[in-house]
Design a protein around this ligand. Structure first.
Ligand SMILES: [Zn+2]
Length: 321
């Protein structure tokens, strides 16, 4: 074979092998507070792999408990850290209760967490890093679930569940466990002293789906060197879910630096804005969400609750954006 024939044959071969897989999409559906909007408490996303596996990321307070009809089957739950707006110390009565500006968070999920309650009801695996797995194993056991469904993926390693490879990465944040999760005299004494339980460091995730899509889920974080060294250079993430809320995490300017200069994905989903990000589904002028979109060089997708977006293996949105 001469060189051009070899190249043509190689192209045909690789097209036959890799393109059909690459062209399959991961469906991302935000489970926020109000249908069609991006609201202050919104964190929860469902990722549906082309193989049918459904992954719930940071259920927080906008998933209306385990009976929320939007959940369907949940195979895997990811919890970046134990703060109440991520693990879910409380939640809404039902989707669309309250308003975007004043979300309903009237149902307590203590001492279990929304995440643990959903995992028990759905028989989901909970994959966490750091020292969170023993906490979730104990909550599963205490509520009639299987403690073996709490699985560890600590920094540097990964686990593969249902064909999806899950790794945790550093997040510069805190991860104190609210003493209400502990309860009893110990929990009461800790609360009075103003100290939290220790379940190790907060985390983010890098998830590789079966179509080749690699997604970085920042969790709550500041700017970290690992966003370049690990998330881009090692994992080569093509889609990022990036926190932009400021005060607690990177704000729009810092998050834009992370995306433009460190992670450099093909596209990004804004998250954790802690504001009314949209009105009637349109980005609110003067919002942090708008500032982030303007500062970022790649397409920014706003997670409108209930609106499914589809991403191919290269991190490009192919539908719903
Ligand atoms: Zn937090």
């Amino acid at each position: 074979m001469n060189r051009s024939i070899r190249i043509a044959a190689l192209a045909t071969f690789s097209a036959a092998l890799s393109l059909p897989v690459f062209a399959q999409t991961v469906k991302v559906t935000p489970l926020g507070g109000i249908d069609g909007e991006f609201c202050p408490q919104d964190r929860a996303l469902i990722f549906e792999d082309p193989n049918g596996t459904r992954v719930l990321y940071d259920p927080g307070r906008t998933v209306a408990g385990a009976t929320d009809p939007r959940l369907g089957k949940i195979d895997i739950i990811l919890v970046s850290h134990m703060h109440g707006d991520h693990a879910g110390n409380a939640h809404n009565k039902a989707p669309n209760s309250g308003t975007c500006e004043a979300p309903d968070m009237s149902v307590s999920a203590m001492p279990n967490s929304n995440a643990a309650n959903i995992a028990v009801a759905k028989k989901s695996k909970i994959v966490t890093g750091s020292e969170m797995p023993p906490f979730f194993a104990a909550k599963l056991k205490a509520n009639g679930g299987d403690p073996a469904n709490s699985i560890l993926a600590r920094f540097g390693g990964s686990v593969t569940v249902n064909g999806i490879r899950i790794a945790t990465v550093t997040a510069m944040h805190s991860n104190g466990l609210d003493p209400d999760y502990i309860g009893g005299d110990l929990g009461k004494a800790m609360k009075e002293a103003g100290i939290a339980g220790d379940v190790g460091l907060a985390t983010g995730y890098v998830v590789r789906f079966s179509n080749g899509l690699v997604a970085y889920l920042s969790g709550d974080t500041g700017i970290t060197a690992d966003q370049e060294l690990v998330v881009r250079n090692h994992y080569n993430a093509k889609l990022a879910v990036m926190n932009i809320g400021d005060g607690f995490t990177t704000g729009p300017a810092e998050a834009a630096y992370v995306i433009n200069d460190l992670v450099k994905p093909a596209s990004v989903i804004a998250s954790h804005a802690n504001e009314v990000g949209t009105v009637s589904g349109k980005v609110r002028p003067g919002s942090k969400t708008e500032a982030f979109i303007k500062a970022v060089k790649v397409p920014v997708h706003v997670p409108l609750s209930g609106k499914t977006m589809e991403f191919d293996g290269a991190g490009k949105c192919t539908a719903g954006c």
